[in-house]
Every structure is written in C-alpha cells, then in structure tokens.
Write a protein that binds this ligand. Sequence first.
Ligand code: ATP
Ligand code: MG
Length: 403
Amino acid sequence: AWLTSRPLAGLLAALDSDGEEARVSGGAVRDALLGDAPGDVDVATTATPQVVLARAADRGWKTVPTGLAHGTVTVIVDGTPFEVTTLRRDVATDGRRAVVAFTRDWAEDAQRRDLTINGLYLDRSGVVHDHVGGLADLKARRVRFIGSACERIREDYLRILRFFRFHARYAEGAPDPDGLLASVRQREGLVSLSRERVRAELLKLLVARRAAETIAVMAQAGLLAPLIGGAYRLARLDRLTRLDARAPDALLRLAALSQFVSEDAERLRSRLRLSNAEAERLEKIGDMIPALSPDGDEAAARRLLYREGAEAYRDRVRLAWADAGKEPGDWRWAMLLTLPDRWKAPPLPFSAADLFDRGVPPGPRMGRALRAAERAWIAADFPDGATAVAQVLEFALGEVGEL
Ligand code: ATP
Ligand code: MG
C-alpha cells in the first residue's frame, strides 16, 4: 500500500522517467516483504544529485542536501521526507568510511551493501530486483553478508554489529557461521568505530526479538567487551526479554545486562554517549538496594515508590523481577509492578505551621523537624488520621529534641 501512497508514487514517477531509473532500496523493501511496516523509505536512483535537485525543484518539492558528496539528497514530498541516493560503488574504504563513485549499474550498488536481505530493490510497478540472493535468504530467514564476510567487515567494522542486529531481529537458529567467524577474527576493528554509530546499532540490537540469545553469542565470542567493556549478566537479560517482550526497552535491557548497574552507568555513558537523562536513569535503577521482593509486604514497595517516583520504581521492579530468576510468572510480581496504577501517595498531612504550634522555631531546626516528621510518616505507611499524624509529629519532636 505504501508503494502507491501519493508522496512515494509521485517521487518515483519523477525520478523513474526520461532516461533515469529509481527504486525503493534497502530496509523498506526488506520490511515490506516481511509484512512489517517500513520505517524510513530510502530511494536509489541512476540520476545524479543535480538531476534529483532539478526534478524536485520543477515540482516545488523542498530538498535538503543531506550528503551531497556521497550522493544523498533528502526530498520532502507533501511533508514526507525521503532519502534519495544516487547509485554508487566503493572506490576505497578504511574500515570506517568509504570513498564512492557514482554508477548507473544496479548490481554494483547492491554489491556495496552489507547483508543480502538489505540488498533488494523495489520498482514502482511492484517488481523486486535481486542481484545478491536476498529474496531466498529473506524467505529462509537467513542473515548473511553479500560476498566475502571478511572483506565486507574490513570495509566497515560496523557491519559486525549490523550482522548481529539483523540476526537478532529476523533469523532463526544460530548466526551464519561465515559471518560469525569473520566477526570474531576482526573484532579488534570494533574499537575504532565512532561511539554514536555503535550506540545506534547496539540500542536497536537490544530491542530485537532474539536480543538475549544473540548478545550471549556475542559475549562468548568476545565481541561485547570491545564495545561496552565490563562483565555481563546474560541470564538476567534473558529473563527481562521474556518479561518485556511486548514493549522492549533498550536502556532497561542494557541495565539488565550490566553487572552492577549504578557503577556501570558512568562507563556506559561515555562508551555509548548516553544522554544525561539516560545515564541518570541507569544510576537511579541502582542495584536493588533496598531489595525488592514479592515476599515482603507492600508497604516496603509503597515507600520505594514514594521516594523514587513511578518511573524509577517500575524500572527497579522489572529488574528485580528479572534478577529473581525463579518463577517469572509469579503474579505477585505483577502486583508490585502495577502498584503505581493502584496507589498514589497522599499529600503530607502536616506542615511547618503544625510544628510551629508545637514549639519548633523557624530556622534550621524547623527543617530538621520537618524531615524527621516526613520520615516517620513514611515509616508509618502514610497515615492521615488525626491521632496517627499527632503521633508522627510527637516522634519527630522527640528526635530533633535529642539533637
Ligand atoms: P532500519 O530498519 O533499522 O532503518 P535499514 O536496513 O533501513 O534498517 P539503515 O541504516 O537505514 O538500515 O540503512 C539503509 C540501507 O543502507 C540498508 O538496508 C543497507 O542496504 C545499507 N547500509 C546501511 N548501513 C550500511 C553499512 N554499514 N554497510 C553497507 N550497507 C549499509
Ligand atoms: Mg532505514
């Protein structure tokens, strides 16, 4: 259906005419053939960037010279952006970026892509063009490199990560032995990659269907250490992926994989260029202190929820659940997880005025008394009856009186 959607059909008609050809390429073709909703739609064309720019201008479409030197122009048709890239072949590569030349040969363009399932093209009449055996691999759910795995990885070490990411997402069974062996042999190349590129691929890998099994293979093959260092908890990641399969969360899965989450947060922040908010989330998840368990009473969970807020609380419950190991189906975990939906802390039933009435002068003593009263109120499980509140205040007065 998306092939005949107006913006895409219009773009293809504009570029696939008057001596030029244009086809949808790469990920969108793969996803469409598998019945998944395609994300970004990329278009490959024989037309040079100048021709693409001119034809877009004729039709009043906005363009952005995204990567003009590499042949990429973003064309915005009725509000939908498309990356349009002129067919290319590699002239030279250094393992991180390639020098390219334009070509009019579709097979050459396909040859420089990474995996066979990513090397397909779809023309505007709906015909799939396959120069690399991608269709057969897609049907068999096989993830393989185009040509020699060793050479393809040497051209761009990120392809190691992409190989495992697409394996985790689509493949059945074990990774392709050629790809696995070539990845292991060239794993040193991983350290030369930019952190942004590693971050993007790794986070996508983590949310894939078979993330846990695939990451276990990578860890065993020594492919994880060059990327994120440290030691891992593969079993915990495995259990988390069973719990959160419907709404996978990359960062939480990364936390599950870490040995000591709060200690690893700083290393992961720098290795993967995490944002401050992401790193703080990891730090907050902490290491199950205080330990959460469905055996404890719910009051302990309420205290944690009150102190940490709903997001950090949910993170901790999920991770503690994955950590507990036994019986992940235990309904009591689900009860803990849904606590924020069922319970909201009442507002503090006292204020500085109440303590003032009981003889606490304004100033630092008041601050201490208020904090002591809040602690006592939390420990008493958030009472709001007059007698219980009076007891909480008495307790607080006693505590600051002793200081
Ligand atoms: P996603 O659905 O995650 O976007 P994708 O296959 O579209 O997957 P992109 O990174 O958007 O991935 O790349 C688009 C296409 O460009 C790929 O399908 C592949 O043909 C090619 N490609 C991307 N990165 C590389 C690479 N490092 N080496 C070779 N070809 C690549
Ligand atoms: Mg894409």
